[in-house]
Design a protein around this ligand. Sequence first.
Ligand code: NAP
Length: 476
Amino acid sequence: MQYTDLYINGEWRPSADGKRFDVMNPADEKVLASVASATVDDARVALDAAAEAGALWAKRSPRERGEVLRKAFELFTSRLDEFARLITLENGKARGDAMGEAVYSAEFFRWFSEEAVRAHGMVSHAPSSGARILVQYKPAGIAVLITPWNYPAAMGTRKIAPALAAGCPVIIKPASETPLTMLALMPLLEEAGVPKGLVNVLPSRNTGAIVDEMLHDPRVRVVSFTGSTEVGRTLLKNAADQVLKPAMELGGNAPLLVFEDADIDAAVQGAMLAKMRNLGEACTAANRFYVHENVADKFIAKFTEAMGGLKMGNGLEVGIDVGPLVNKSTRDKVAHFVDDAVSRGARVHLGGAMPNGKGFFYPPTVLSNVPEDAECVTDEIFGPVAAIQTFTDEDDVIRRANNTEYGLVAYVFTEDMRRGLRVSEQLEYGMVGLNRGLVSDPAAPFGGVKQSGLGREGGHEGMLEFMEAQYIATNW
Ligand code: NAP
């Protein structure tokens, strides 16, 4: 069964003005579904539902909230195939990536079912008086969640699970390219015991207008966004009017450093994960490769061989590693980055040419000798292209790695742990993968510094994003 209407107050309904928009399969460019497009009036109805449900949910005990989330984890885990298929259909990513996302998405329900009972406060003596300091954490209020298309399930569950654990109701605005997965999650949440009105989903092509309406409703207290830095800046400005609590997971431009003492096979394996997980359409994707001059030839040869072994095609088919990119503009942007780098003197080791035919495919591509001012170095590629440069000096490569307004994640490969930790500490990034090409873990605080964002998702911090500390001063 396909869910294509708005989900408000536990009910499926068309939009107030009856308008709909098409969702496309990027593998064959055919229309997959026609989805209701929420209006400002629909957003108001969702806010009323969230306010009513939220007041009751906040009074439920942490244990009860945790048990609903645990049930959601179990149900999700029993339907991984179903969700993986839907993710591939609307996003294009290959089945293996989609299954990885489905498992990752489900894990947020498990992790936050456990965290729900751990919003510990504190009691202490005031240092210079006889007073006591009591601190407790309370649900912040209605949370507006805005998610991107690159992880249609996980970017939603990474916000829904901690919000519900904290005691907050939510309204989700999924990306217009990929709203189907989030809609399909709603019957599962109902079955898990999520009360009506607590979680609402508003796909919409009136994105700016409905989000603006919600951010200006006095009942809303949190805006949690994952997406581009550009839209994040706009949302931060809009959130300022009501001084909302912002959580911003924004763009990245991850450097990947391979030192001359690295285990090259392990570095290639890590680089494949950091570059090709999700086809490079990830904020965590390695964007700039810096390889020590003495091992560059060896690394490039082995990495090119691994990239060349990947099979491209419709992500639903068995044996496919690389599906299509999500849409034409993303694919054309990737092609432009490659052409730009080549025109500036980059050498193509693999790929580099857009295939003919239907679907937004772009092949795994390896470039070396990429100059620092190439657009694929200064901007986020968001595709299967590795741009390799070389270095000789540790301080110089740290400076080059930090030379960006982004600060989400960096990767370091070295067999010398002393160097690994020394370099990691100097990298201006919220996360570092040290001899690992994968950092995402529901139990760890995911997030960036500088213009990659504010706040953290996952870990213990993830739930606190949806809570406010209250301090009570007292004597006894
Ligand atoms: P995007 O264009 O910023 O869109 C993200 C979401 O924001 C979509 O739901 C979009 O709705 C909505 N949106 C667009 N304009 C808006 C506005 N004016 N007001 C309110 N909402 C608005 O990003 P994307 O292209 O989908 O995703 C790619 C970006 O996300 C990359 O930069 C990537 O690095 C980043 N990302 C970051 C993380 C992280 O955790 N740091 C994780 C994943 C992705 P419509 O679809 O309706 O336009």
